[in-house]
Each structure stands twice: as C-alpha cells, then as structure tokens.
Design a protein around this ligand. Structure first.
Ligand code: WTA
Length: 637
C-alpha cells in the first residue's frame, strides 16, 4: 500500500525530500506496486524535445495492481457502488472479486473481437458499471481506451474516433440523465458514417431505446460476453506503454488526444488519491464527475481502485429528481469523502437550503472541489452547510495533462484558505514566470503557472502529434511545462489559480477552446465570422459570449439566426458548448494585420468598457462603439 502522510510536519519533510531527490522519492512510492519486472532506472527526461520516461524497463499491468495484488485482503470489499439515475431503481454493488471477474470476461470478449495490445477502443457510454469494466478490460489486455464524454455530438465523436483510429466502439442504446434519455446508439450510428476505421460496435442495453443494429458490425453487449471465461491473463506492459487517450480542448480548434502511460499514471493517481483525500481502509468515497473527463478516469476509476477503495459512481444529475440528490446519495451510502465541481456547488446553493435541511450528512469527513476556481461564497456554503464546519475542503488544482492532482491541500493536514489550492503536493515543483519567462521568486507574485520538474503522471505526448505537444506545453517558456493557467503566490506561499491565460474557457467545469466554438459557429451558412470569449457567470463560472458577423439575416431575423447558431454548435460539439449570449455585430475589432483583439471583446462581455486600453492599432476604431451599443449585457463605459 502507498504510504500516507499524517501531519503537516510529515508533508514538509516529504516535500523537501521530493525536491532534493525526486527519483529516490518516487522510486520508494513505486516499490509498493506489483511489477512483473522491476524498473532499472527511475527517470529520463528533457523538456526541450520533450521526452519523458518514468520507471524505465519496468513491466507491469495496472489491473494486476488493482486486483491480484489486493485479492487476499480485498476480495469481498466493495469496489464500485453504483447509484442509478432513477432513485427507485436498485443500486448495484460490485466487490473487487466480482469486478475482477467482469473485467476478465469483457477482456476476453475484446480479444475475441480481435482487439490486440496497442489497439484503440473508443468508449461512448453512460455512467454505468460497464463503463468502468470496459476501461479496465482494455487495460487488462493492453488496449488503449479512448473515452468520449457521452454529451459530445456525432461529429465530435467521429473526429475523436478517427484521430485515434479506433477499431472498436463501445456504446449503449441510450443513457439516462435526469428526465432525459440521450440516444447514444443513434448518435454513434451517425458518427460511424464518417468513421470507417471502426469494425465492431458493442451495444449495451440500458434504456431499452429502439436502435438500429447493423449486421456484421453491431453486437449486443450481453450477447458478446455470453460464454466468455472470467479468467484472463494480464498482458505484460512496459511502464511507458500507453494506457489511454483522452481528448481535451486547446487554443486551436482541433481537440488534443492527451496520452497517459501505464506506470507513471498508476503511481501518481494512487499516491495523490490516498494523500489528498486521506483515504482510510473502509471509507466510502464519492466523486460526482463524469468518467468522460479526466477527473472520472483518475479519481473514480484508477486512483480509488488502486487503493482498494470503495468508489461510488452516479449515473444521474445533481438536480433530479430534486436538488437534494447528492445529499441523499451521501446519506444512503454513508459517504466519507465527497468530491465535486464548484459549478455544482453554486447551482445547488442557488436552489436554497430546502434541499439540504433534513439530510444527515454526518458521515462526511472530507470535501473536495476540482475543475475551476471556487469563489468564496460557494466555498463557505459548502464548508458550513454540507461539511457542517467540520470537514476540510480540498481545492484540487490539476489538468487532463497532469494526470492527477498537483496543487491541493491534504485533507486535515494543510491549513486551508478559501479559494486557494494552497500548496504543491510532494514531487510537484511549480514556478510562476512573467510573460518573458523570467521566474518570479519569493512570495506575493502573480504570473504564468509552470512546472519545473517532471512528475510520473504527466502526459507524454499528444496522440499522433508530438510537435504540437512540444509547442503547446514546452514552447512558451524554456525548460518549463506551461499549464496555460495564471496563478498567484500569496504572502504565505499559497497558490491561488486565477484561470486560463490562453483561449480556453471553463464552462461549468467543462473545458472548451474558443476556437472550437468559433469553428462550429462559422460553419453556419449565414455567418461570415465570429469571436467567442468567456464572461463571468454566476453558476457556470464562465459563460460563452459569441460575437457574430452575419452576411444577411434569414427570414427568422435576429432571433432566428441566434437559435440556429445554437443548434449548429450543439450538433457540431454538443449541448454543453451552446453559447449563452450571441450578439450580432457589424464587424469584429481587428488590428491592421487582421488579428481579432479579443481583449476588447472580453471587456465588453465582462460589462466593463471603462478601460479598454490602447485601441489605436485597430483598423476601424468605430466598431468598438457599435459593439458596446449593441451589447447584450450592461456595459460600463
Ligand atoms: C482549471 C480538470 C482553479 C484550470 C481536472 C485547468 C482549476 C483546467 C482547478 C483543467 C482548481 C482545474 N482551481 N482552476 N482547483 N482545477 N482548474 O483538463 O484552468 O478538464 O487548467 O482538468 O481547469 O481542466 P481539465
């Protein structure tokens, strides 16, 4: 078992050790795992190529570290506690032994479907136990899973399938979310029209939605697993073999397939899970994320299961049947650690205490947040009303690319401050640099957040585009990993994350590239061009504000075009990327060289044009006035 830090002194001691000699530090943690062959060297790296390798020559399988390694002690312990969307449906619990058998069965199924080590398997599924089973089955046989969030549209799914050249797609007839059903198979069918690489589609029956099954390509899940053995030898993987690809948004339109590898990701997620949440054997842990995003990968599936934890997985949404659903689940399973996004907290806060009063919440020990900055109001509400002022809050900062938590309190150990992610975890060396890349040392500084030294869970590349990986993360500041976030280090040395400094916005904890949304809008036949920026939104953190230039209005007029733009974005990306505000403008503020001055648009969207800075480089200064006049928010001049 991975060691746990128990005190602030322990943290300081471990932190110093991890900086003085990172390789010894991580090797000691890695020793706790089952390696088929021990690594011969801990780390090789440079940030200029970049080239990062951890636990060199080590051979292992991550599922052996979840299952076989712990079977003596954990066989009958619950691994997954699954709560369905409908509270009247029976929940499902799987022990480690039961989960192991299901994983093996599905691993054998994949093998029968001709999936081999290194092949990519796309997964487009609702939050059901089979999703976790599928991921682990891939890992068991060395296939690379690529989970695509079930809120993405057919076009986005197809793009991701094609980029990874997946040969199998796992999906379901439909997915339940609150009182809605998402027709997953129907969307998948549409996606597959432009994804010829997929040979086989395995379809789980969940919503009993009528679906089309294409002969020779589509097979029902229950038919596929029928008769498969529940024993399957683990494929022996190199520590640096790929475990999964997960697509995320960047500042250009094309999503990036972030690649994580087996050994480092395993060590990092297991270590950070245990320490951040201070997980004790027997605790029940509940992370509300969707497995379609990195939080679900690292802290519903891999991190908890590597620690033999009991992990609650929830199919539904926080506000259905009512806004007390999370708290009902906490009480139902006596949840000890609860991990969610600030946007969920803000939306529940807005619904009032009616849905909290009457819930016990006495089992809770630790509360966590992730994905976006948490404002003080939400922090205090969470702390006072959910944690009853006795549960520490861990505000965990990290990214798809970092694999696991980087800057965060350790629950009950690190003194917290509302809206601060506090201190780096052991092994993590953050630095703040100015725009010229000069390091800002000491306290009370603000700038671009970078990381100086590799950590085991970091992404190794972008699938099929290593040059883009280099340029995006290592091209801005020499010999540093650039996070894309701004941060402040306060007078106590505590880190506060200020948000993205690039063209990425964070809407309800969903990371979106503004260019991606613009591409979708621009695909509309009446649109000439557009610019998208984020603006402060009370519940979502950031809302999407689109400035759109149209050639002519269709018969539906302004409203008609706004509506059809929203539909277009839904179709090309997914409903979660729908713009909140669409302002039709006569033109965009551009410099003489044709570059859109987003700074100005951001100011307008924020409702404060009192200090626009220098606009004399604009091609047409008058356009700014026109945009402010037509703004759909109140703008201070
Ligand atoms: C933001 C989610 C403030 C940040 C795990 C980062 C945060 C992006 C926090 C990554 C936090 C994440 N405080 N901002 N505690 N955690 N972020 O890849 O801007 O979906 O770069 O990973 O979310 O989003 P991603």
């Amino acid at each position: 078992m991975v060691a746990r830090i128990h005190s602030l002194g322990g943290y300081i001691y471990e932190y110093k050790k991890s900086v003085a000699n990172p390789e010894v530090f991580w090797a000691q943690i890695a020793e706790n795992f089952h390696w088929r062959k021990r690594f011969t060297k801990v780390l090789e790296w440079n940030f200029s190529n970049p080239d990062i390798k951890w636990f060199i020559d080590g051979k292992l399988n991550i599922t052996e570290n979840i299952f076989e390694k712990n079977m003596y002690t954990h066989a009958d312990q619950l691994a997954i506690i699954w709560e369905p969307n409908d509270p009247n449906e029976e929940h499902i619990q799987l022990t480690y032994m039961q989960l192991f058998r299901e994983v093996n069965k599905f691993a054998n199924t994949l093998k029968r479907l001709n999936v081999r080590k290194g092949d990519r398997v796309a997964i487009y599924m609702p939050m059901v136990p089979e999703l976790t089973i599928a991921m682990l089955a891939c890992a068991r046989i060395g296939a690379v899973h690529s989970v695509v969030f079930a809120g993405f549209s057919a076009q986005s799914l197809s793009e991701r399938i094609n980029d990874a050249q997946a040969k199998v797609l796992l999906t379901a007839d439909g997915g339940f979310r609150g009182n809605k059903i998402t027709p997953l198979k129907q969307i998948a069918d549409e996606a597959l029209e432009s994804s010829p690489c997929v040979e086989t589609v395995v379809v789980l029956k969940r919503t009993k939605t009528e679906v089309n099954m294409e002969v020779g390509r589509d097979i029902w899940w229950h038919t596929a697993i029928n008769g498969q053995s529940d024993e399957c030898p683990a494929e022996v993987m190199d520590a640096e073999d790929e475990l999964f690809i997960l697509y995320t948004s960047g500042s250009t339109g094309k999503p990036k397939g972030i690649v994580h590898t087996v050994g480092g990701y395993m060590v990092f997620t297991a270590y950070t899970f245990k320490n951040v949440f201070q997980y004790n054997a027997g605790d029940v842990y509940f992370c509300t994320a969707d497995i379609g995003w990195i939080t679900g990968h690292s802290y519903i599936v891999y991190g908890p299961l590597l620690n033999g934890a009991q992990s609650v997985m929830f199919e539904g949404v926080p506000t259905w049947p009512d806004a007390g659903r999370f708290w009902d689940i906490v009480d139902k399973f006596n949840v000890n650690q609860f991990y969610t996004a600030p946007t969920a907290i803000r939306s529940l806060l807005a619904q009032g205490m009616e849905f909290v009063n009457g819930k016990k919440l006495t089992s809770l020990k630790v509360l966590g947040t992730v994905g976006e900055p948490i404002n003080e109001e939400a922090w205090h509400w969470y702390h006072d009303h959910i944690g009853k002022s006795r549960c520490p809050i861990v505000d965990t900062w990290w990214q798809t690319e970092t694999g696991g938590v980087m800057i965060s309190p350790m629950a009950g150990i690190t003194p917290t401050k509302p809206s601060f992610a506090t201190m780096p975890l052991p092994g993590i060396q953050p630095v703040i640099v100015d725009n010229e890349g000069r390091e800002l040392t000491g306290n009370s500084v603000e700038g671009n957040l970078c990381i100086r030294f590799p950590w085991p869970g970091m992404a190794r590349t972008i699938w099929g585009d290593h040059e883009r990986f280099r340029e995006t993360y290592f091209g801005s500041f020499k010999n540093l990993y650039f996070t894309g976030d701004g941060a402040k280090r306060d007078e106590d040395g505590y880190y506060r994350i200020l948000g993205r400094v690039d063209d990425v916005i964070n809407v309800s904890g969903h990371r979106l590239g503004t260019a991606e949304i613009e591409n979708a809008i621009n695909a509309h036949p009446l649109v000439n061009e557009s610019a998208v920026v984020g603006y402060p939104h009370e519940i979502k953190g950031q809302g999407i504000y689109a400035f759109v230039v149209c050639g002519e209005l269709s018969t539906g007029g302004e409203e008609g075009i706004q509506k059809s733009i929203r539909i277009a974005v839904e179709k090309i990306i997914g409903p979660f990327a729908r713009p909140d505000i669409i302002q039709l403008v006569p033109g965009l503020p551009k410099t003489r060289s044709g570059k859109i001055m987003r700074r100005i648009l951001r100011k307008v969207a924020e409702g404060d044009a009192s200090n626009l800075g220098d606009i004399t480089t604009l091609l047409d200064e008058d356009i700014v006035e026109k945009i402010i006049d037509g703004a759909l928010v109140e703008v201070k001049r």
